[in-house]
Ligand binder design. Structure first.
Ligand code: OOG
Ligand code: MG
Length: 260
């Protein structure tokens, strides 16, 4: 029998995060870790954060663009939890020294105006539940050495979640063609990545529908007021102390982040 269980795995990942020290992939030591158990590790890890005082503010999708799937070598989209402890304001400094090896990625962010529950949710139905759209910048920080992981590892690690910034420019979904919404990511003034909303499963509404349908398999409904990060549109870009990150969207404003 394996020495690993859901609780021990969650505690090991939380300790890696707290200490700012990476660890080997869980599946190296726990090859039996399957996807369903990995989601239980993710839920356990988030319950422990909630017990420590954080609140769940929404969910995120991971690996919804071909750029991200190719970069990470994992081709299935996944879901994970967002808490208030991960939120940063635009323009603030990211204390990158407390993180292991942070990377930044542009995302389209939804705020839900009503509950949304699968199964059977289409992108069109999903978009009706969206009250506002924002630009977002996610800072991911895998707890695994060199960001090397299998699908169950990254699910257990809450999809590498670390911090996120939601822009200040809110738009109603019907005001925009999200498939054509473009973003440009700059590091120290130099363009490092760009994409449009089509990068996210053809349309970010598809990612929202996918989240509602996938979570319904675990009897979880998306809630009014929740944020949904629909997944990195481009490759994630490493950011180190001293770097300045700027992200400009066509209609969703700009986000700046300084890494201290
Ligand atoms: C997994 C995190 C994925 C996204 O937007 O695709 C994610 C990783 O790349 O480490 O947040
Ligand atoms: Mg992301």
């Amino acid at each position: 029998m394996s020495a690993w269980d859901v609780r021990r795995a969650a505690e090991s990942l939380l300790a890696a995060e707290a200490d700012g020290v990476d660890r080997s992939a869980l599946t190296d030591e726990w090859p039996e870790l399957d996807l369903a158990t990995a989601y239980r590790v993710q839920d356990e890890l988030v319950s422990q954060r909630v017990e420590a005082g954080e609140s769940i503010v929404g969910v995120k999708l991971g690996l919804t663009s071909r750029a991200k799937q190719h970069q990470m070598g994992v081709s299935s989209p996944i879901t994970a939890w967002l808490t208030d402890g991960m939120a940063l304001s635009t323009g603030v400094a990211l204390e990158s020294c407390v993180l292991i090896h942070p990377r930044v990625e542009p995302e389209i962010v939804f705020v839900l105006g009503e509950n949304l529950e699968g199964p059977g949710v289409t992108a069109a139905r999903a978009m009706k539940a969206v009250s506002h759209v924002y630009g977002g910048l996610e800072v991911i920080d895998s707890r695994y050495k060199d960001f090397r992981f299998q699908l169950p590892d990254v699910v257990a690690d809450n999809a590498s979640s670390a911090r996120f910034v939601v822009g200040t420019r809110a738009r109603r979904p019907e005001e925009l063609d999200l498939a054509l919404e473009a973003c440009v990511l700059r590091l120290n003034g130099k363009v490092v990545a760009s994409a449009t909303g089509t990068a996210v499963l053809g349309h970010p509404g598809e990612a929202l529908a996918l989240a509602a349908n996938a979570l319904s398999q675990r009897q979880i409904a998306l809630e009014a007021g929740w944020l949904v990060l629909t997944g990195g549109m481009t490759d994630a870009v490493p950011a180190v102390a001293g770097d300045t990150v700027t992200l400009d969207f066509t209609h969703l404003g700009s986000i700046g982040l300084r890494c201290s």
